[in-house]
Design a protein around this ligand. Sequence first.
Ligand code: FAD
Ligand code: SF4
Length: 396
Amino acid sequence: MTLAPHKKAKALKSSSRRPAKDLCSECGLCDTHYIHYVKEACAFLNQQIPQLEQQTHGRSRDLEVSEDVYFGVNQSMMAARKTEPIAGAQWTGIVSSIAIQMLESGKVEGVVCVQNTKEDRFQPMPIIARSREEILAAKVNKPTLSPNLSVLEQIEQSGLKRLLVIGVGCQIQALRAVEKQLGLEKLYVLGTPCTDNVTRAGLQTFLETTSRSPETVVYYEFMQDFQVHFKHEDGSTELVPFFGLKTNKLKDVFAPSCLSCFDYVNSLADLVVGYMGAPFGWQWIVVRNDRGQEMLDLVHDQIETQPVTSQGDRKNAVQQSIPAYDKAVTLPMWAAKLMGVVIEKIGPKGLEYARFSIDSHFTRNYLYVKRNYPEKLEQHVPDYAKQIVSQYTLPD
Ligand code: FAD
Ligand code: SF4
């Protein structure tokens, strides 16, 4: 895709309504003069994943190949973990370790990543890191919408030519759309999957509704054992089964952007590091192209790996979860715990767990867009997502 060069447009004030309105994920593009490209670049105004896959990976997903349909263009996949995990990272710290190696090997001069503000551990603060310490200070998820692209103007001003950007799908889609305008010699993109993100205020509601001690949570993750794991300041872990979440209170917590997102797996990153296709305790790696492999090679002596596996059948569980979510059913805690134990024993594992999660989110999101933005449905939902959703019977 070629965009015409632009005369400097003016960034929007932080209080101004964004062009994508309620669907804005606060990716940061509109905080810069690259807002000039927003109509083409915004993930919520112009879904163009197949074209950008072609531009980035040299081909788009093959809709005849199931692994492509689900996980995007890929050269290889594996489960991995650091032999010496980084304390306080979200998982074992593979993302931070790759970023450090990219910087210290001289492949890049800076890394776009997101720290938190001094006052608030969950308030995102995007930066261009130039040292190992600055990268490490960005470890762990800020589970809130984060304006990572707000630093794009600083890149231009700093004269950086080789850059690594770490980000989630909506940020990376907009980045890919303006990539050629950034004046870089080389761009590497290290992505994570992302779903069910929230605004800072929404996060507070989630913590207060779900955790026994919201003010001491330092980290949480929706894990492969069908429980939310909260880590607290004192090092203790609190487990809350998915099926016990107060769905009626949480339905409106997730950001509208995330309820209409079909890029869970970060299709346009060179390398993706998540967890959902891997056994419990391991991370899941998807290498999409040669730049991704180049990044992964830098940490080969810091990680152990094993092949991805797949077990179980997700389809019944997904079909049953659709009306349950729609009616905001919440089980009593004893039943939720029991269901969690049973499903952990006999439920989907490895790549089948990842498919379970993708199917559940795509069916929910398809219904959300159909009901709230019917005029957008056809263009906004990519063909691979329509294929996934068509396996299920949906309510009106
Ligand atoms: P670390 O070494 O701890 O580094 C984390 C990196 O994430 C940092 O470099 C930081 O810059 C970046 N980051 C933190 N918060 C944000 C943010 N809000 N936006 C953009 N970048 C950010 N994986 C799955 O498999 N399934 C999921 O459903 C899933 N949901 C996620 C939701 C969110 C909001 C985020 C940010 C990530 C999600 N992930 C998911 C990815 C997963 O939780 C880990 O981030 C990933 O496995 C990397 O772990 P790590 O220990 O290697 O990362
Ligand atoms: Fe702008 Fe990003 Fe919001 Fe779209 S999602 S309106 S590009 S800030």
